[in-house]
Ligand binder design. Structure first.
Ligand SMILES: [Zn+2]
Length: 160
């Protein structure tokens, strides 16, 4: 397609689909090479990913999920909770996966995100113990306020 530094297209009636797209690309007489983004820039998977992904705005709870000492499994579970994406029994019942949405801790309530964080009496007791073990003397807050409290007080590896 390139012959003696010029585009050279096969003789066909009409124009090939590719021709308008490459018509204004300058042809260099130097050796061919592959670059990413700009001439002279080496390819990297990170830069390719950054180039093709859609960036979202940074959320307030970013630091409590993606802190340097995170345990990936815990970070993922917290991220699901913050996105309201845990498959709680009320959602599974709506999908026909389970026959009952009752909380598995037998408190008599429907299991939902709000219930497990921390309206369920059993899970509220567990959370109170966690707070106590971490020397955090405060009552349990609604989930949104728990997230806000943690975002405000967790800086680096410590609570403030
Ligand atoms: Zn419960």
């Amino acid at each position: 397609m390139i012959w003696e530094c010029e585009w050279c297209w096969p003789q066909v009636p009409g124009e090939l689909l590719l021709q308008p797209r490459v018509r204004n690309i300058p042809i260099s007489s130097s050796l061919n090479s592959i670059h990413w983004d700009k001439v002279g820039e080496a390819f990297s998977t990170t830069r390719a990913f950054q180039g093709i992904r859609a960036r979202s705005s940074i959320v307030a709870w970013h630091d409590i999920v993606w802190h340097p000492k995170r345990i990936p499994k815990h970070a993922f579970s917290l991220w699901l909770a913050l996105r309201g994406a845990h498959r709680t029994r009320n959602k599974l019942l709506a999908m026909g996966v389970v026959q009952s949405a009752m909380c598995v801790f037998h408190c008599g309530e429907t299991e939902s995100t709000e219930h497990i964080f921390f309206q369920c009496p059993f899970l509220a007791k567990v959370w109170r113990e966690v707070l106590s073990s971490c020397n955090i003397p405060r009552p349990i807050l609604p989930w949104v306020d728990e997230v806000q409290w943690m975002s405000t007080h967790a800086k680096g590896n410590e609570f403030q």
